[in-house]
Design a protein around this ligand. Structure first.
Ligand code: ZN
Length: 433
């Protein structure tokens, strides 16, 4: 029943999409849009996809004072932008790769990896101002118009059908596309100029933007793989771009550079990011551990994670990484300790909950497993989570729920291992074809 309904809805969207003309809020020119998205739709899509995007970037960095600080800087810029009425929200995500991204409608994130490389508030304003520029010039919305119409259809339907919809395909896909959304050179330059305008209007010294871009140029010269895979892939960078921005500042705002009313504000920035910098060494070990895991050196990774946890025992993600690696060595008791710690420190990250749910299932603690897995699925619907949850319901005495979930896994992953196993289990439990 679900697939039919989904097909009809997608078709409807495609028909809607055939023509449309929206006025660009920055240029005032009308633009031929593949799909005419209203401001409300922009906001809806961004707000729907943003929590999933945060999950994919390892959750929020747990430092409420830092989150509030970054939000305040972002809102100060947004207030003087071309679209001050949007419900802007700024988050620091716990990802090591240096990056920043904007969703349509004003949901914007900066990674721990980028924030730790920045030196003052004006540089932070340069990053956030640039991302706000992508939002106000509708670059973020254009990306979605080009690429993700179909997922949009799926999102709308998933909501209408209730439950977990088409699971991972749906929850993650739109968010992933929006994170990966890469911009053209022209869009990058436009966002740079808009970011500089917003900085100056908000009282920041545009020197911050020059400093930031000199820092970026140095990183791009070093061909650092983390940068190439992060910021530079989605926001192409070059010496020409930097020089164009410097020329723009010189011609447009020549006096601001030496005017003390336009601030760089390193002091505020340093006190707000003290916690972030304090845990930086532990996260460097964590990054090494992830590389070791990629080389299949599980013992090496565990040793590095142990060091990281010892150095920063309050960081949930470090416990989660250690717990996950221990699980893969079948050290369940110790894994459980660290996964429980991870959930206690940060209950809003799906992966810790998912893995703790797995451990509890192994222990046949069905009630507790259902609790963890349900929360994990609310945060981020995944095939693994749905399959484990189905198993927990089956064993925990609710075969009806189990069959419904098995069917969803089977529908979302018809040719995969989990999907086929789920289809078989649904049949065995008497749940239809
Ligand atoms: Zn950009």
């Amino acid at each position: 029943m679900l697939p039919n309904k989904m097909f009809r809805l997608s078709l409807l969207l495609v028909v809607f999409a055939l023509a449309g003309c929206a006025v660009n809020p920055v240029t005032g020119r009308s633009e031929l849009a593949f799909y005419e998205m209203s401001e409300k739709q922009e906001v809806d899509i961004g707000q729907k996809a943003f929590p999933k995007a945060i999950q994919q970037m390892h959750g929020e960095f747990r430092d409420p004072a830092l989150q509030a600080y970054v939000n305040a800087v972002g809102k100060r810029l947004a207030a003087v932008s071309h679209r001050p009425q949007l419900p802007y929200h700024f988050a620091v995500v716990n990802d090591s790769s240096p990056n920043a991204f904007a969703m349509p409608g004003g949901a914007i994130a900066i990674t721990r990896g980028l924030l730790v490389g920045i030196g003052n508030e004006a540089q932070l304003a340069a990053v956030l101002g640039h991302e706000i520029g992508h939002v106000t010039a509708r670059h973020a919305a254009q990306g979605i118009q080009r690429e993700t119409l179909l997922s949009l259809g799926m999102i709308v339907l998933g909501e209408a059908a209730g439950g977990y919809g088409a699971l991972a395909r749906q929850g993650g896909q739109l968010a992933a596309t929006l994170i990966e959304n890469s911009y053209s050179r022209e869009q990058e330059s436009e966002a740079d100029r808009l970011g500089i305008d917003y900085m100056v209007r908000a009282g920041y010294n545009p020197l911050g933007s020059v400093q930031l871009q000199e820092f970026l140029l140095k990183q791009s010269g070093e061909q650092n793989p983390a940068w190439l895979a992060g910021l530079f892939r989605t926001h192409p960078f070059s010496r020409e771009r930097m020089e164009a921005n410097q020329a723009y500042i010189q011609s447009r705002y020549p006096t601001t550079l030496h005017d003390p009313h336009y601030t760089l504000d390193p002091e505020h920035f340093h006190s707000a990011t003290a916690g972030l910098r304090k845990s930086a060494k532990a996260y460097a070990l964590y990054d090494e551990g992830r590389e070791a895991e990629q080389r299949k050196d599980l013992n090496g990774a565990i040793a590095l994670y142990r060091q990281a946890v010892q150095m920063a025992p309050d960081q949930a993600l470090l416990h989660a990484a250690l717990g996950n690696a221990l699980l893969r060595q079948d050290k369940e008791a110790e894994a459980r300790t660290h996964l429980e710690r991870a959930v206690a420190l940060d209950g809003n990250y799906f992966e810790s909950r998912l893995e703790l749910g797995y451990v509890l299932s192994q222990e046949r603690a069905w009630g507790a497993a259902i609790r963890e897995l349900t929360r994990s699925m609310e945060l981020m619907p995944t095939l693994q989570g749905a399959y484990l949850l189905a198993g927990a319901h089956e064993q925990g005495g609710d075969p009806r729920r189990a069959v419904a979930l098995y069917r969803q896994v089977a529908a979302a992953d018809p040719n995969g291992q989990l999907g086929r196993a789920a289809a078989l289990r649904a049949r065995q439990l008497g749940g239809g074809p």
